[in-house]
Design a protein around this ligand. Sequence first.
Ligand SMILES: [Zn+2]
Length: 395
Amino acid sequence: MSFDPAAATAAYIDSLGPEALAKAEAYTVGGHWILLWGVLVGALVTWLIVRSGLPDRLQLRLRGKPVRAAFLVSALVLALSSLLTLPWTLYTDYFRMKAYGRTSQPLGDWLGQMALSTAISIVLGALFFLGLYTLIRKAGKSWWVWSGGLVAAVIALMLLAGPVLIEPLFNEYKPLPAGEVRTALEVQAAKAGIPADRIFVYDGSRQSNNFTANVSGVFGSARIAISDVALHGANLNEVKAVTGHEIGHYVSGHIWRGVALFSALAMLFFFLADRLFPRLARLFGSKASIGDPAGLPILLFFASLAGLLAQPISSSFSRWSEADADRYSLETVNLPDALSSALVKTAEYRYPRPGRLEEILFYDHPSVERRVRTAMEWKAAHPSTPDTARDEGGS
Ligand SMILES: [Zn+2]
């Protein structure tokens, strides 16, 4: 009786049942359409803001005060954009999530957190655009190169400060309580050189019912955070396998590669914006030039369009790092069945059997089927695994 990775993979995916699979497919495919519709919504919002003439008027009033104009006009545009997009955001991020059982958050709490995150984004965004418009004014023709550097610096700063200053505003992070889970994870963390006090559990269930964990921050602020949804919904081996995956992201430096890739894409974006902006502005009936803060709605729209077009690149990078983190988990904790049963729990919000093109274009993780198959191939190649996940029965 030999082990068949293909059959084992199919058994894992089929264990979800046809109803859950159909629901996951509807949820995932609907998400792709939302990306496309989002660009149309963005175009409408851009047109409305340009038509309102408000950014132009504010810029005119602040003539001769370029620093103040860059900050205030950017803040105004970001605020108008958030406000006009709110009905769409309510549908995509709240009511749709509720309909698919992805969140249990009361509307009031969601709105409160939305208001807070919007306020933070407006202030930080306006500061970023103050930097950008200053570079456009002062750096001459090569402003787009410098602006790519600005993006890299800002992301690095956010990675450093985010876990300390921003994330605690939305969730409560606590050290993982003592017990067999903590003891096991401390061993894993120590092997990767991560201090034991960098493993946290957070109340992810406040916003989402997704089975998830993440690694965030860099240097002193780096930490592994497991959502309480994952902690309570997994057995010990599953937590070990998932933590092995998260540690894999950390030790392989995926974050830094991501920063480098994103900054390069940003530079390319600014280069294209420099050339295409006048044409795009005319399309929306605006006379702004790229250096005018009043032209920000158009720049933002172009960014959303470019983001959609660049998605296959960023998703491919992301899929590669996810597969690499799975590999790290398999190599270090060697729990292919526990990894697979944990992955199946994420299939509720990532349909596990997409078409190849769909996966390349839209998936930021390899499909669960592909990941489970890799784990099962690993199991076949390493037959003496101490894996007992299935006997313990993951729930
Ligand atoms: Zn990952």
